[in-house]
Ligand binder design. Structure first.
Ligand SMILES: Nc1ncnc2c1ncn2[C@@H]1O[C@H](COP(=O)(O)OP(=O)(O)OP(=O)(O)O)[C@@H](O)[C@H]1O
Ligand SMILES: [Mg+2]
Length: 246
């Protein structure tokens, strides 16, 4: 194995211990108020959010290490509800930027409730009730990584609104994320999928990226046997569509 690769895997590997310490500590605070003292509802909410995100990080670290084991992508298919997938993805995205919306999304019991929780954020969700209540058999973690990265980009680059569409036809699931931002010139349609490439190095976004999200999305889409279509032009927003066979 290439030395650089071993160093990388080793770094990821060593994230496991501090993560386990964080997870154990937060779990103890939540579960043992008699030992650590009582918590207010607001403190509990924050700790639950920390725990949730620590667990997501643990699962990402495990996936990263699994990936090192084989050069092929590993696909773990499970059957899951699309409503749960949509909510989990949105909670992960908003936990960082607006945790009140994340909490609301987590508590939504229907598509109607979810749409109204998202409306202050100007995120429009288009999917039909049948699909919301339905199940699919796919690699949910990978699907969530794809959706989370596309959605975070759209939220970062939009002017006002983001449209998310989920549809199912001819044995495929299509996820479309559309924003109304500055768009991507045709010359860059290939380049933005390369590692570390960013079009706007000098722009001042509140969360700086690494130019890795779309490269990762493309690899996962390929591993899942799917296809990614980008439609965009200067001043006309960007639409990323991912079509994945079930
Ligand atoms: N929806 C979009 N609208 C306009 N430009 C975009 C959009 N999505 C991606 N880009 C451009 O493509 C580049 C690469 O995107 P990518 O998601 O790979 O990296 P990033 O968002 O900058 O950082 P990271 O995802 O690693 O945090 C971005 O820096 C940006 O210039
Ligand atoms: Mg990104």
């Amino acid at each position: 194995m290439h030395k650089q690769r071993i160093k990388f895997d080793f770094l990821v590997h060593d994230l496991k211990v501090p993560l386990a310490v964080i997870e154990a500590g937060v779990t103890a605070l939540i579960q043992k108020p008699e030992k650590y003292g009582p918590l207010t509802d607001r403190q509990l909410k924050v700790l639950r959010r920390i725990l949730r995100n620590t667990m997501i990080t643990r699962s990402l670290v495990n996936d990263a290490l699994e990936l090192g084991r084989s050069s092929e992508g590993i696909i773990n298919r499970t059957t899951f509800r699309l409503s749960e997938f949509v909510k989990r993805t949105l909670v992960e995205v908003f936990d960082l930027t607006d945790h009140e919306v994340a909490e609301k999304v987590r508590g939504c019991a229907s598509l109607v409730e979810l749409r109204s929780a998202l409306s202050p954020k100007k995120v429009l969700l288009h999917m039909d009730e049948g699909l919301w209540g339905g199940q699919v058999c796919m690699d949910e973690n990978k699907l969530r990584q794809i959706a989370r990265n596309l959605l975070s980009n759209a939220l970062k680059y939009r002017k006002q609104q983001v449209d998310v569409r989920i549809a199912r036809e001819d044995g495929s699931l299509t996820l479309t994320v559309k924003d109304d931002g500055e768009g991507i010139p045709a010359d860059f349609h290939k380049k933005i999928f390369e590692c570390y490439f960013q079009m706007d190095m000098h722009e001042n976004h509140c969360v700086r990226g690494h130019g890795l999200g779309l490269a990762g999305v493309m690899v996962l889409v390929e591993d899942m046997g799917g296809e990614l279509i980008l439609e965009s032009d200067v001043g006309r927003g960007a639409t990323f569509s991912v079509i994945l066979p079930e």
